[in-house]
Design a protein. Structure first.
Length: 282
């Protein structure tokens, strides 16, 4: 199943286009994309037999497929290449921070840069589909609603300013969590543990890896997070970024107004993110 947020309404995405879930279900399901996660198993069971008139999928009208998550987790240093470029040993446990939910943005958004120190981080993003507490790694994928593409945009000055790093603040400016364009259930993917993740900046490939290279896989992350924090339907996990960020380049490279990031996960989708004139990062 592939779903999207089309102008604020939940749609199924098929070969014919976008099928409005509320209309096709005669009101059985809400049009709100976020509330779908509370009844995700029911939606999955209904979707294969859904009928109705599909409309064109206008990507310019797509919102984030998970617009209002209650919890958004980020994972740091979760690719060996990224840890190496940062000069950090591989972690023994996941390095966890949060992106505040107000940072979530549409897949083809134009984002205002708060400073000249904003960096890119393409990621596979996981949406939770069932309440998860103390979930075993072997059962973790059953608690995942789907996956999507994300950017963990990061203002490096705020993130690293003393006296202690402020990862959550530096990664939570408005628009710093674009996700989309679709949410794809794991069964749609040949191997959900081995997906190509890539990012280009103005046409230049800056990041490329496979999720099979994750230090902590999606099942490991769900298991280790849910051992401490209950994961709620519609929560998001940004699973980590591969090597190639701007801050570790020599010379360093950051985003500027007019830049375009194209972020992709094979079999899942592609986002186009553009950047506007600078604001203020405080």
């Amino acid at each position: 199943m592939r779903t999207a947020n089309l102008a604020g309404r939940l749609v199924l995405v098929t070969e014919e286009g976008a099928l409005d879930v509320e209309s096709a279900s005669d009101g059985r399901f809400s049009p709100d994309p976020q509330t779908a996660f509370e009844r995700w198993d029911e939606l999955r069971a209904w979707a294969p037999d859904a009928e109705g008139e599909a409309q064109p999928l206008d990507e310019a009208r797509l919102g984030p497929p998970v617009p209002h998550p209650r919890q958004v987790f980020g994972i740091g240093m979760n690719y060996a290449g990224h840890a190496a470029e940062a000069g950090i040993d591989l972690p023994e446990f996941p390095s966890v921070f949060t992106k505040f939910p107000t940072s979530i943005a549409a897949p083809h958004a134009t984002i205002a840069l708060p400073s000249e120190r904003v960096d890119w981080e393409v990621e596979l993003v996981v949406a939770i589909g069932r309440h998860a507490a103390g979930v075993a790694e072997r059962d973790a994928w059953a608690h995942v609603a789907g996956v999507t593409v994300g950017q963990d945009l990061s203002e490096r000055r705020v993130q690293m300013r003393p006296p202690v790093p402020q990862f959550s603040l530096g990664k939570s400016f408005p628009g710093f969590g674009p996700i989309g364009p679709l949410l794809v259930t794991p069964d749609e993917l040949a191997d959900p543990d081995d997906l190509e993740v890539s990012c280009t900046l103005n046409g230049e490939v800056v990041q490329q890896a496979r999720t099979s290279d994750l230090v902590f896989s999606v099942p490991a992350l769900v298991a280790q997070l849910s051992a401490i924090v209950p994961l709620l339907p519609g929560d998001l996990i940004f699973t980590g970024t591969p090597a190639g960020i701007g801050a570790t380049r020599r010379p360093q490279r950051f985003l500027t107004a007019g830049d375009e990031l194209v972020s992709s996960v094979a079999g899942v989708g592609t986002m186009h993110t553009r950047f506007a004139v600078n604001g203020s990062a405080g």
